[in-house]
Design a protein around this ligand. Structure first.
Ligand SMILES: [Zn+2]
Length: 350
């Protein structure tokens, strides 16, 4: 090996160092620095190539060139480390600023559910009767035979029980109530001999085939007023005011005689069909009338069961189905939608 070779290699080393330094300074991402590393310092890199070729130098030349080559290698490695540290910091900052939450941006709209039509009608009913001084009274959904039937003038074997078949519990005395009327006796027993003005909303149950018009579970709102000198005129006045507030004023109303074991006399209350205004349509079955509730004067036996002397006290009671009211109000043709839990149903209403 000649001196020329040694000089030549030293020159190459200096050149590589200059190029490598310039390239590193212009690397703008950590990814570029990795490419830079494989170009100069990797196993197939240019500097590594030179280090490998040192074997071709004479033993006298080798130390000088080797020393210089190692100095350059160490210098480049150290420069790479510092360049990478700087770039990593910048990249972290950029990532952070991209992820920053801009609190001035408008929020994404939330999908908000709607109030269930039964709940909506119940709230309207509460507000109307609340304005007439009626309070809400909670009573149990699981009842005894006594409260569900006997106190309401339906002793065992009474034919009216056939219309109210229900679900029984493992205790033969306990059943799911078929109507909210047993709550009347609960309220009376709690308040007697005070005067009473309450509504009793809640779920009721019937063991019967489910169809578009009847469900095994549904809501009722019972109402009860007890006091001295309460007459049928009071019942008519309260029912008329209720119908006007719920359906708007000006609807013709009629009271039809009816029968319930726990009221005497009993009536069904109709209003002129809200859809055809009495002319006749499929909803009112071409009668022009819609039945909205059942009512009557509290039967003396029921007053007695509640702890009131029928010679001194009287009262009226009424019951209605919020689902039925909602069906007429929103044009719903199948009661099974109410509990089928299909969100499209809720989206469509109101
Ligand atoms: Zn009609």
């Amino acid at each position: 090996m000649s001196n020329m070779d040694q000089q030549n290699i030293l020159q190459q080393l200096e050149q590589i160092q200059q190029e490598a330094s310039a390239a590193l300074a212009s690397a703008s991402t950590t990814e570029e620095t990795r490419a830079w590393h494989s170009e100069y310092l990797g196993s197939k890199g240019r500097l590594t190539g030179i280090l490998r070729s040192l074997g071709s130098l004479s033993p006298q030349e080798r130390p000088l060139v080797g020393k210089r080559a190692n100095e350059i290698k160490l210098a480049l490695e150290s420069a790479l480390e510092s360049r990478q540290a700087t770039l990593e910091l910048t990249e972290l900052e950029t990532a952070r600023s991209k992820e920053r939450v801009d609190v001035t941006l408008p929020g994404r709209p939330q999908t908000v559910g709607k109030i269930h039509p039964t709940t909506r009608v119940l709230r309207e009913i509460y507000a109307i009767f609340g304005s007439m001084g009626f309070q809400i009274y909670d009573s149990p959904e699981v009842e005894t035979d006594e409260y569900n039937f006997q106190f309401l003038n339906m002793p065992p074997g009474h034919p009216a029980r056939d219309m109210w078949d229900t679900f029984y519990t493992t205790d033969p005395e306990l059943l799911l109530r078929t109507h909210t009327s047993p709550g009347q006796v609960h309220a009376m027993r709690q308040y007697a001999p005070e005067t009473i003005r309450v509504i009793l909303p809640g779920k009721c149950f019937r063991y019967e085939p489910v169809s578009a018009r009847s469900e095994s579970m549904f809501y009722q709102v019972e109402g009860l007023a007890v006091g001295k000198n309460i007459t049928f005129s009071d019942l008519k006045g309260v029912m008329t005011s209720f119908a006007e507030q719920l359906y708007g004023p000006g609807h013709a109303m009629r009271f039809r005689k009816s029968y319930f074991p726990f009221t005497e006399p009993s009536v069904e209350v109709d209003i002129a069909c809200v859809l055809c205004n009495g002319k006749g349509c499929p909803i009112c079955k071409y009668t022009g009338w819609l039945e909205i509730l059942g009512a009557g004067m509290v039967h003396p036996h029921v007053l007695q069961a509640g702890g009131y002397d029928p010679a001194e006290y009287s009262g009226f009671a009424f019951g209605m189905g919020p689902e039925r009211i909602a069906m007429l109000k929103y044009g719903i043709d199948d009661i099974r939608y109410f509990f089928s839990n299909d969100v499209r149903f809720l989206e469509r209403i109101g």
